[in-house]
Design a protein around this ligand. Structure first.
Ligand SMILES: [Zn+2]
Length: 439
């Protein structure tokens, strides 16, 4: 309404001015030499306005014609980007669905439309990798690694590939390069820790291990690699302090203390270890200075005094008592173990031995022995050092499985459980920046 009033008002003013001009009259004259042009003032004004409008129109038209190819190009580029983005989305969907060929097709389309951007290159590499073309994937990762803006992505892809094929030398070089590009990247730290495990560089593995990782085995393994005795001793101490229940560390630490002339401290370390987690391997170094069978019984009582009812404590006591001829002590300990129901076949085998020691070669002893041996046959096996990956039995704890070469998986266990469907070490690295997408 207000607009209409304004327009009416303007129209009114326009007409009033026109009428005023018409009434005003007057002429405009142009005289050049003999030529003379003359017209009334309002008409001259009108001609001026019309000329201005026509000129303006012509100039605008010329500008529009000149801008036309650029606008056409922009529109085409915009359409390409739209189509390229759509192809990228379809490629992501195909990757997450695991349909490699569809992903490759869509990525090729996207690359044609959008060119080689870090995004299209990364998806191209992932699509190639998913369809098993590792060489093609590596070529794309190299292309990424050559770009200033996507260097880390390329190196990361190449590193994952190197680790997956077990090429540790190449992986180490790539990790070093990636560390320079992106110092302290969390993912890189994880990969370097994995790499240190694979290359048995325990000191590095220890320094890169996450806070919740078991440090005692790594520190002990690092001590084994340390040429400097003082530093090795320090690492053994660290291992023992990280986990006093980890028997190999306690034994190594105690051995070192003994060699340094501190047998009492060595014994106290072994006692602490037994209190934390009784382990039969702790007995031998603890009893090393006791050749006499009866003092050995006394020493064992000292060793096990903080957890005398643990089945390992009772079994150890029974063993030394039996050797010392204290058959009553031995029987008491063994019957307690059997009653507790926590034992394995060692208790039954020792009971069979005990029958012979107590009763000699009698028919009664033989019958009792046969009974214990039958029990032993069905009882749980005793724990051993085993590889948690392939379940192979190990003679002693070692940082690497002697059978399958897996690092950091030798554990003390009675149950030989092999990881059937577990991924190979380094296979974890196959999932990557697209883990959330490709699963
Ligand atoms: Zn193994």
């Amino acid at each position: 309404m207000a607009r209409a009033i304004w327009i009416l008002l303007l129209l009114g003013i326009g007409i009033a001015v026109a009428m005023w001009l018409a009434e005003l009259g007057g002429t405009v004259e142009i005289k050049v030499g003999e030529a003379w042009i003359g017209t009334s003032f309002p008409i001259a004004l009108l001609i001026l306005c019309v000329t201005f409008l026509v000129l303006h129109g012509i100039l605008s038209l010329i500008g529009a014609i000149r801008r036309w190819p650029g606008r056409l190009r922009n529109r085409r580029a915009w359409r390409h980007r739209q189509d390229g983005d759509a192809a990228l989305t379809r490629a992501l969907v195909a990757l997450s669905a695991g349909t490699a060929e569809a992903a490759r097709l869509e990525v090729r389309k996207a690359r044609k439309l959008l060119g080689d951007t870090p995004q299209t290159l990364l998806l191209a590499a992932e699509a190639e990798r998913l369809s098993g073309h590792d060489e093609a994937a590596a070529a794309v990762f190299r292309q990424l690694a050559e770009r200033e803006d996507a260097r880390f992505i390329g190196l990361r892809g190449l590193l994952r590939q190197a680790m997956a094929r077990g090429d540790w030398d190449a992986a180490l070089a790539l990790a070093k390069e990636a560390e320079q590009v992106q110092p302290g990247a969390a993912w890189l730290r994880e990969e370097r820790a994995q790499l240190a495990l694979q290359t048995h560089n325990w000191r590095e593995a220890l320094s890169l291990a996450p806070a919740d990782a078991p440090r005692a085995p790594l520190a002990l393994a690092a001590a084994g690699q340390e040429p400097d005795a003082a530093r090795a001793a320090e690492l053994e101490r660290q291992a023992f302090q990280a986990d006093p229940g980890f028997a190999p560390a306690a034994i190594a630490h105690a051995r070192r203390l003994r060699a340094e002339g501190s047998p009492r401290r060595a014994r106290s370390v072994l006692e602490d270890a037994w209190a934390a987690s009784p382990h039969p391997d702790l007995a031998e170094p603890y009893l090393a200075d006791d050749p006499d069978p009866l003092t050995r019984v006394k020493s064992v009582e000292m060793l096990i005094r903080r957890n005398p009812t643990a089945s390992e404590s009772r079994l150890l006591l029974a063993r030394v008592a039996l050797t010392a001829g204290l058959t009553g002590r031995a029987r008491g300990a063994l019957e307690a173990v059997v009653k507790s129901g926590t034992t394995d076949r060692r208790a039954y085998l020792m009971l069979a031995e005990l029958e012979e020691a107590e009763h000699g070669e009698t028919a009664e002893a033989r019958a009792a022995q046969a009974r214990w041996l039958r029990e032993a046959a069905t009882a749980r096996p005793e724990p051993r050092w085993r590889c948690g990956h392939c379940a192979a039995e190990q003679r002693a704890w070692a940082p690497v499985c002697t059978a399958c070469d897996t690092a950091g998986r030798v554990i003390w266990t009675a149950e030989p459980v092999a990881e059937q469907a577990a991924p190979a070490p380094g296979a974890k690295a196959l999932s990557g920046p697209l883990q959330a997408v490709t699963g």
